[in-house]
Design a binder for this molecule. Structure first.
Ligand code: ZN
Length: 368
């Protein structure tokens, strides 16, 4: 039953995703190109976020500084891109307002910046998060903490329909229908993950799907980055250095550059006049790469075809299968059992992955 729910959830996600592909991306003033980014410095005002043991470093200040540095880099590199902040001073902003700011401005990307903390001083590194329900996630405490900010808001029960931050699984309204921007969110998250690995806090805790309210309420690609751990002495040292905070902002800026480039390029493709009919013979056959029937783990679905050896495959030998307007990416295995075993191994690296059967080029979820 669990598996069934998982699969139907995925199918739902795919359906929404496929539907969303047909819709024009935010149109701004009739201009489809990337025009607006919203940078969200987490916490603020009477909500300090996490605080260092000595009480001297507060998450809200670190977030704001990195947000401003990132915004300045984007403004300098792309004078045409509108950079909007959810806050530029030490003020409290409800989560719903942060999302509303992004929605109201038709932003093309929402980047939320946070600092992590744990009871153990050992936990360290950065992590990137997109909206979703990753049942294997070990981030329950983090999600609870970031979401519990709403308890500090005056009228949270009306704004969040009675959502209980202590029980994120309970909010049935938090469904995957909201996740129409999965592909683009994942694309920025993967890019940020890659760039930050060569930044001042290089240890990656991976990309995961979590139920963050601020991501749920936004209607555009949205990513939340936990840049490091306040509770880890060496991460804290980095967070306290202005130069290092610039380095972190630089990593996010590099990810932004790639994202914007790909975003605009994909629009050029979709903006092709409909009167121009692409020759039929150039359409890839199915499957794209000739493989025999078998089993495997589908790691993700994308609207474009990646080349063999792409970084997104993380070193795995991945085959692609065309399904309508999207490509399904599968690490092949020789038996159902081996596929399930592989899934247990890679599920953390590839949030949203699941075991599949491949038959005549068609990829379907593996039933129990
Ligand atoms: Zn936070």
């Amino acid at each position: 039953m669990k598996t069934l729910r998982h699969i139907s959830g995925f199918l739902l996600l795919s359906a929404v995703f496929l539907a969303s592909r047909a819709l024009p991306v935010h149109a701004g003033n009739g201009d489809l190109k990337f025009s607006t980014v919203v940078i969200d410095a987490g916490h603020g005002g009477h909500d300090p976020g996490c605080v260092s043991k000595d009480g001297r470093t507060r998450e809200k200040d670190i977030n704001l500084d990195i947000a401003k540095k990132l915004g300045a880099m984007i403004s300098a590199g792309y004078p045409d891109v509108k950079v909007i902040y959810t806050r530029t001073t030490d003020v409290f902003v409800p989560l719903i307002t942060r999302a509303d700011i992004a929605n109201r401005n038709n932003a093309n990307l929402f980047i939320s910046i946070h600092v992590n903390a744990a009871t153990s001083t050992q936990a360290h590194g950065f992590s990137t998060h997109i909206l979703g329900k990753d049942k294997f996630s070990s981030n329950q405490d983090l999600v609870r903490r970031e979401n519990s900010v709403i308890l500090l808001e005056d009228d949270y029960s009306t704004n969040y329909q009675g959502f209980d931050p202590d029980d994120p699984e309970s909010f049935i309204f938090f469904n995957l229908m909201q996740n129409a921007y999965y592909e683009q969110s994942l694309s920025f998250a993967a890019e940020a993950d890659k760039e930050m690995k060569s930044g001042p806090i290089p240890h990656s805790r991976g990309v995961s799907q979590n139920l963050f309210i601020v991501l749920w309420r936004t209607t555009m690609p949205a990513v939340l980055v936990e840049v490091g751990f306040m509770s880890n002495p060496s991460d804290l040292k980095v967070l306290n250095s202005a130069t290092s905070r610039s380095g972190i902002a630089r990593s996010l800026y590099n990810a932004f550059r790639t994202f914007k480039k790909e975003y605009d390029a994909s629009l050029d493709f979709t903006a092709e006049p409909s009167s121009v009919q692409p020759p039929v013979r150039e359409q890839p056959s199915q499957p794209v790469t000739a493989v025999q029937d078998g089993y495997g783990v589908q790691i993700f679905v994308l609207g474009k075809q990646l080349k063999a050896g792409d970084e997104a495959f993380r070193g795995y030998d991945v085959k692609s299968f065309r399904a309508g307007s999207v490509y399904k990416y599968v690490i092949m295995e020789t038996s159902a059992d081996r596929a399930r075993k592989l899934f247990r191994k890679v599920r953390k690296e590839f949030p949203g992955s699941f075991p599949v059967q491949v038959k005549s080029g068609t990829v379907s979820a593996l039933q129990n």
